[in-house]
Design a protein around this ligand. Sequence first.
Ligand code: GLN
Length: 195
Amino acid sequence: MNVGVLALQGAFARHVEALTDLGVEAFEVRNQGQLDRCDAIVLPGGESTTMSKLLDTFELAEPLAKMVADGLPTFGTCAGMILLASAISDGRPDQHAFGAIDIDVRRNGYGRQIDSFETDLVIPELGPEPFTAVFIRAPVVEACRGTVQVLASVDGDPVLCRQDSVLVASFHPELTDDRRLHRYFVEQVAGFDVD
Ligand code: GLN
């Protein structure tokens, strides 16, 4: 299975490592040819406004949006989640919201005092052991609609959501050695067996 990680900007390297650990073929995506090889893709954290501009510069915004809309299994983390949302508050008016998952997000919604924090999340889909979630200037999910499933929340706010083939996390699962969420994406969302 080929899993691409969008590598225009941001925290892509650790995602490649996490996926490689699981035994899938993971590679960086910066052009159309690499995008076309993807059976699934990860959109990493970083800066969503910059990533959005770079997607235009590299002429990837349209083909990526189309592939995601056509069902390419996609995992967006933090800035990646923002790119996939239906609506963005406190963003730039020209930044892309692909509308791939029926959620509205507010950029940097956790506020300055708690710019970055770590918390132990219970994610029932991953079993009883808590998952250490690292939040860095994370978006807040302000609305979820339709068939969106909330897989985990912090203080009542969804932080891990899924709708069909799209999984989004407002935290950075690649920053710890816990591979359970990447495994969930590959096995349960993309439907590939890893061992
Ligand atoms: N605040 C960033 C943005 O708006 C996201 C932060 C992150 O990806 N860690 O894009």
